[in-house]
Design a protein around this ligand. Structure first.
Ligand SMILES: Nc1nc2c(ncn2[C@@H]2O[C@H](COP(=O)(O)OP(=O)(O)OP(=O)(O)O)[C@@H](O)[C@H]2O)c(=O)[nH]1
Ligand SMILES: Nc1nc2c(ncn2[C@@H]2O[C@H](COP(=O)(O)OP(=O)(O)OP(=O)(O)O)[C@@H](O)[C@H]2O)c(=O)[nH]1
Ligand SMILES: [Mg+2]
Ligand SMILES: [Mg+2]
Ligand SMILES: [Zn+2]
Ligand SMILES: [Zn+2]
Lengths: 216, 216
């Protein structure tokens, strides 16, 4: 784990601000293309009538993901990391200003979603002040990743197993993935889904509501 | 691009040693699970009767990939990066010793394949002394990656588009991928393939032979 006291100090400042507002913050990490933006599109669409939502979007370059999410009419703050020297992950220093801006919204968001840079290594090592890291895993990647890229699984609280519609065409063994992941982090929860077909989304929405109730 | 003179100095030392031996060196980069190890299994199997081959395998943890490749009876040197402080990529300093060891083999290898850590960001920024970076891209990742993760496409000479067998079940537009990639790097070459079905492999093998002839 990268111990940078500056990072840890900023992360605890962010946590404090979120706590005062009773705002839930979730940090999505995954390999590139696992489905983070697709999941946010469905999630924002389903929950925005009930809750005030906001997104912090991290990408090395372009505003493509931010544009997709702005169509849902929620506040989106884009951070392009390629200019920052560490384009492989979001750091707490980059997030703090964005969280401050979003908490000034009237009314402030109930939930802030952070879509991190697509990278199964670095983003897992940084605490952005979030309540939970949510790891979005996709079936075509294969089932040996928990053992090979353990930090992401160790630091997350929930693993969403996406693209289950592709399972019949991939060498994918769900039980072996879960077994490997639980040996890295015994308290992990799992939800299998196909964003494309809409499977598993209701279970995911109720997990979010459960976590929001915990910070209220 | 990360300019670290120590890295550049080591990379040019490695290039010098490879040049003296007439050894081709290819550096595979991709997202996690795009198919690097699967490709190496097929490639080693097809070429080992004709050429002397060797592999340097980089993974954050475990020897799973190295074990898969040792079954092909070629020399494999494993580097677990999680102990190095920068577990997201291989660096020239880690490679130099491995190249020295492999060049002492009798006879020395005609080709050294480097399987880098699964990460579409950092590995692209480091020159390991290789002749070519080969980017292995897989269809399920989606076709917006060249614009979003440009450094990997800019630094590579060839893009292998794998898992074409999954294209009918994914929102994948081959022409838009190629167009985006060429706007980042106009000299990129492409080979579409399905390692699972064996498609595109012969074209890939003849690309390797063409590159080997160039260093002889
Ligand atoms: N077959 C299938 N494809 C999916 C599913 N969910 C997402 N996709 C596709 O996966 C590709 C990548 O989706 P994105 O949502 O852009 O992935 P991402 O994780 O946000 O990608 P980055 O931000 O670049 O890391 C797109 O082509 C989606 O259509 C699914 O459940 N099944
Ligand atoms: N459907 C399909 N699956 C493939 C193909 N090529 C590889 N796979 C699968 O993709 C998964 C990952 O393959 P690997 O070869 O381990 O990928 P990798 O890039 O070496 O993974 P890391 O080293 O962990 O980054 C495995 O389940 C393979 O069976 C293909 O052409 N089609
Ligand atoms: Mg995205
Ligand atoms: Mg591999
Ligand atoms: Zn990083
Ligand atoms: Zn790195």
């Amino acid at each position: 784990r990268k111990v940078d006291f500056r990072h840890e100090e900023i992360a605890s400042r962010i946590k404090e601000k979120l706590y005062k507002n009773g705002t839930l913050c979730l940090n999505f990490i995954s390999s590139p293309g696992s489905g983070k933006t697709s999941l946010l599109e469905r999630t924002l669409d389903a929950l925005k009538e009930t809750y005030n939502l906001a997104v912090i979007e991290g990408d090395p370059e372009t505003d493509r993901d931010a544009r997709r999410l702005e169509k849902l009419h929620v506040p989106v703050i884009l951070i392009n990391t390629s200019g920052t020297g560490a384009s492989c992950h979001l750091s707490p220093a980059e997030i703090e200003q964005a969280v401050d801006d979003l908490l000034l919204e009237t009314p402030p968001p109930d939930i802030i979603f952070i879509e991190n840079v697509g990278n199964l290594v670095c983003p897992a090592a940084y605490d952005l002040g979030e309540h939970h890291k949510v790891l979005l895993f996709s079936v075509p990647e294969g089932c040996d990743k928990p053992a090979k890229y353990p930090v992401a699984f160790r630091e997350s609280d929930l693993v969403l197993i996406n693209k289950m519609d592709l399972a019949p065409y991939c060498d994918f063994d769900l039980e072996s993935l879960k077994k490997d992941a639980l040996s890295v982090n015994p308290s992990l929860e799992f939800i299998t889904m196909s964003i494309k077909k809409g499977d598993g989304l209701l279970e995911w929405f109720s997990w979010i509501e459960k976590k929001l109730a915990e910070v209220r």
